[in-house]
Design a binder for this molecule. Structure first.
Ligand code: SF4
Length: 240
């Protein structure tokens, strides 16, 4: 993927879409009133990616999927609605660290969100400024079924950095209970807590079926189970 150049990388974001209000659909904040900023671009290529429009030129017209917005554009949009959770997602948001830093700090300083979450693959370390500005990182290290090579998806030093920062929760995408041993090995090797297991799927039938398969084995390991609330409610509609 060729990442677009912006004239001012401190003030301009390459965005795929902004949407909401909606509900946070995944992880510890599931069900919260939220608005989303989905940034363009990802350096990975998970075979089941649910936001491939941010980077996959074989399936999407990437020129049509990206737009440049300034930090002020985003702040103005956030200022139009009730304050709630703001989720910065992607793609991989940490590919644009300087401007994400400015955005996260500005949201906090202007009181435009009660909380700010960043969703990330855990392969790029956040800056200290980003870490101090956000409430939480929803870090989602990828398993072997992503189709990625291990060295692409697991960066031990980055995982250790997130864990040491104290703001990470670990959200693993699982297809069935056989994936839980692989999660256990990562959790143990890198001291990753708390753990959330989320079913992979982009339709409600798959999500519910996999949640039912995962529920008891996840409970037995003392972990948390996430749904994909937006998928249960609205299937694979974009912008929800
Ligand atoms: S890291 Fe996320 S955005 Fe990137 S390819 Fe994987 S699932 Fe898609």
């Amino acid at each position: 993927m060729k990442f677009p150049t912006v004239s001012d990388p401190d003030h301009d974001l390459v965005v795929n879409e902004t949407f909401g209000p909606t509900f946070q659909g995944e992880g510890p904040s599931t069900g919260r009133y939220a608005r989303f900023i989905r940034l363009f671009g990802c350096h990975l290529s998970c075979r089941w990616c649910d936001s491939a429009q941010t980077h996959d030129h074989t399936r999407y017209d990437l020129d049509a999927e990206q737009r440049i917005l300034s930090v002020e554009d985003i702040l103005s949009w956030l200022d139009t609605g009730p304050t709630g959770l703001v989720v910065i997602t992607g793609g991989e948001p940490l590919l644009q660290p300087r401007v994400v830093e400015r955005l996260a700090c500005a949201i906090r300083d202007r009181g435009l969100a009660t909380d700010v979450e960043i969703e990330t693959s855990g392969t790029i370390a956040p800056t200290d400024t980003i870490t101090s500005a956000v409430t939480r990182f929803n870090v989602s290290p990828k398993l072997a079924h992503s189709g990625l090579q291990r060295h692409q998806r697991i960066r031990p030093a980055v995982l250790r950095g997130f864990a040491a920062g104290g703001k990470a929760v670990w959200k693993f995408v699982a297809q069935d209970p056989n994936d839980l041993d692989e999660i256990h090995d990562l959790v143990t090797a890198h001291n990753l807590h708390p753990v959330w297991v989320m079913p992979e799927g982009t339709d409600s039938t798959t999500v519910l079926t996999r949640m039912r398969l995962l529920a008891d084995p996840v409970l037995a390991r003392g972990w948390h189970l996430s749904t994909r609330l937006h998928t249960l409610l609205w299937e694979n509609d974009r912008g929800r």
